[in-house]
Design a protein around this ligand. Sequence first.
Ligand SMILES: [Fe+2]
Ligand SMILES: [Fe+2]
Length: 368
Amino acid sequence: MHSPVRAAGTLLITDDRDDAALALFPDTLILGVSAMPPAHASAVVCHVALAASDAVDALETALAACRRRPDTPLIFVLRDDDPLSYAVANGLGATRILAADRAGSDWTRRLDLASSTFAAKRSAATPAGGAEAAVDTSTEAEAAAAVLASLFAAVTRRAPVAMADVERGATAVLRGIRDDLLGWIDVVRRYDDSTYQHCLLVAGFCAALSERIGFSGTRQHLLVQAALLHDIGKARVPLALLNKPGALTPAEATVVRRHPTDGYYMLAAQGDIPAVIREVVLHHHELLDGTGYPHGLRGARISEEVRLSTVCDVYAALVERRPYRQPMASRAAFDILVGMGGKLDTMLVAALSEMLEMPRAARLAGAC
Ligand SMILES: [Fe+2]
Ligand SMILES: [Fe+2]
């Protein structure tokens, strides 16, 4: 196990007196065993079984007694990877949730990433304290858009996509959303090319949502690469169909609905595209109740990467700017996602909603 790196004042709350993480935190509280440390907490990490109601009650009491500011990061590391635990964590005010690590590897390494993200956000608000280089969202969006242009140009002339470019594009997206996801949305919506705008939005949402639910850095990077490429098959769809304002005829819809399989076969022919990227390209229109396409997959046959991409894809399609309509308001878009019920992963919809609506409310409050 590595040495602790988090800032003094980070409080670990656990329900396990043998929790290996106890040795890594300067301040700890074992529910039902030890007393709350007297010092203010600069961040709180909860490592508690949220499926057990008595543990949740004890945790709620501890959080109420904990000396912390309203904006103190509250991080949950789930012991059980289930919707109930996720919902309870959200209900207790989690600012970040890391999914349970079934592999049993050291989750505190992932927490270090979380801590550095929070540090970056704080330093952005206080310029004198910045440890990380400032990111220009517009520059990163331009870099990612240039990559998209080269990828779509390549497949249009039936050339392979360059994986080095895809990786570079994903890095630009991750940098672009790092401090300000809402700023990324504002910048990206200025792009007139609706396919680039859409792919940059989906990639940004995938980047932020996967981080929120605790993907490792490698898994997150691959997912963002997949998101950039997810609609690559649309390079073969006539622009007149992609930009058609009204409803598609059945024949036109058939052409548009070929883009997942077209994209998949383009990439599969190259031989160097990671399986998870090909899977997202092929299945991002599958729905959990089996009504999606091209294969009508159901539930457990749809991977977490695909579920996440689908939620981000549907939301992006609603809130993006099109020549013939204004973007839908975020709240109205989430009403539609929630109304889709069993078609989408409700846990992921809730997480995306919380991630976007809370900062939006804070931004509005700041503007008053
Ligand atoms: Fe698509
Ligand atoms: Fe899409």
